[in-house]
Design a protein around this ligand. Sequence first.
Ligand code: ZN
Length: 460
Amino acid sequence: MALVLRGGRVVGGTGVRRADVRISGGVIVSVGPDEAVAGDDITDVSGKFILPGGVDAHTHFDLPLGDGTRSDDDFASGTRSAIAGGTTCVIDYATQFRGESLNRGLDNWHGLADGRCFCDYSFHLAVTDWNGSVADELPGVMARGVTSFKMYMAYKGALQVDDGVLYEALRRLEDLGGLLCVHCENGDIISALSRELLRAGKTGPEHHPASRPEELEAEATGRLLVIASLAGAPVYVVHVSSGASIKKILEARSSGQTVFAETCPQYLYLDDSLYSPARADAAKYVCSPPLRDGRNHAEMWSALSKNIADVVATDHCSFNFNGRKDRHNCDFTGIPNGLPGVGSRMMLLYLGVARGLITMPQMARLASENPARIFGIHPGKGSITPGADADIVVLDPDGKSVITAETQFQNVDYTPYEGWEIPCRIESTYLRGERVFHMGRFLPGGPRGRFVRRRAAGVF
Ligand SMILES: [Zn+2]
């Protein structure tokens, strides 16, 4: 028996149209004006938006820190909150730590995620220890369905790689058809600035943004783009937070480079006033790059509305405030970096639509279609077209939601958007044709997310 979502407003990357969506065997079989046949199970969704399930291309679930602790959302709670927020696929950053092979890093993440995910999932692989044998593993890792990688220009002494390594990795990945994602901040200067601040007795969380000013993000972005140009390789810039970095990306594109740009809701809505020393909870907002001066928001929204930025992901990495983030007033560099957000991304993007900052088709592209295309899973994910996985969000624009820590599914004791009223409701989420979340509740059934093997990435 087929399922038909009848009469909704189906949102694609290029427009919105009233149509039925007919689903069978976990995939979309047809989209059109009158698709139901005798015996179909029909759900009336008239007046509702029918969006492709969200693809969050940047999460860190169950992330081990150096000290033996881990981030607070694991793959179960993280993907569960993804589903409740209308995201049906996440691409998490598996990490090869120093001394590990790439395959070991990937095996570790499969061990954390397999059998525990409520939405579909895939991995990028962050490479922190580059050498000849690691480079030789790349084809095998790509054959395992992981076609995008990550390097950090920040976190000196831990994750950071040098410019020569970036160049070599970009050359190698260009040959193989892989895509490198890069965290652009100048880690050397950040390390020096942090020491300088601490020596001056500036130890509280309010000093975190001064240790990583936006010039150091723009500088690293520009430097990466020169390196990528010399390597002749495409590149994906994660979590762009400021207009200055967007400018670097535009310059590189105008000279013909292929550059993808991602930003996150925190850089669209939250600003550095949250680090005010007057706030007792400034440590909640410690993430990298830090929240910026609010004048960047208009530039970031403009980058979305002009299709300059390609993807809105979350960089979800949650740490409880009480007992974790609040424990480092004597040294802000010890505060675990990251914000929760996988559960609120789609609602926050819709808030941008409601405010007239982006359109519904742009929302579908930024949240779903573009990351699916860039990371090699389109059209199976990220589109409502025949043959695609029936990963679907029914969004009610007449509904209302309030984001609160109390009601969220994220396993963390706060949300940066506490009390925010959102003029929509995620009514239902379908994963491969099965309704898994409806009207605030999960339907019976355990974790049924599948690992998604990806094709060579970066083809747009
Ligand atoms: Zn990240």
